[in-house]
Design a protein around this ligand. Sequence first.
Ligand code: DC
Length: 224
Amino acid sequence: MKLTVVALDGPSASGKSSTGKAVAQALGFKHLDSGALYRAITLVAIGLREDDGLAIVGGCESRSLHLAPLGSEIVPYLDGEPVSDQIRSPAVTRDVSQVSALPEVRRWVTAELRLAVSKLGCGVVVDGRDIGTAVFPKAPLKIYLVAEPLVRARRRMRQGGRGESGPKDLTLEAERLRARDEADSSREVAPLRPAPDAVHIDTTHLAFQDQVARVVDLARKVLG
Ligand code: DC
């Protein structure tokens, strides 16, 4: 299989990572969640109590933060170990938009994503916010996933094991997502936005298997 990138972008909780994982599995590709690397950097920044981009990048290098395969996933390794649960903490989620807006951090992540993908020699589904616009602008297939905020909030709460919730919790979660989308869309470097040639898929009324099937069908048509 030659190197092929499927770029999967969209706002928070639009289902990018779960869709990306399932699409990669169906196509026999690897999956890379680029948000996980921004989260790992944010974990380093919190540990350092730093908000300067160069100092944060220096801290990441001194702890050997890098991407490497773990089964069919490409995941961040910190101090020689894969990081997963810690990067989903509320503190990381609160600070990640601010850290990921720093130009030095974005430059470092973009280079690390390209390097990790270039080492694969196989197809890969990469999800994030700027994959089709900035990281892999020549990707042969670019998807932009969207869904209504309340639907995304409900999915995010179920995903986090918080179950069915009352309307107040749901509205609060939708407000948190809206604030993060606003921060991600309004930053100066590589803001969240669809590439001009991205295929938009609104998953508000789609079952998970159907949204996966749509992307897999498109990939098979485009990639042959
Ligand atoms: O997908 P996620 O919620 O785990 O992403 C965490 C944050 O990382 C998100 O608020 C914005 C940032 N991010 C980014 O700026 N560019 C990417 N390609 C991926 C994530």
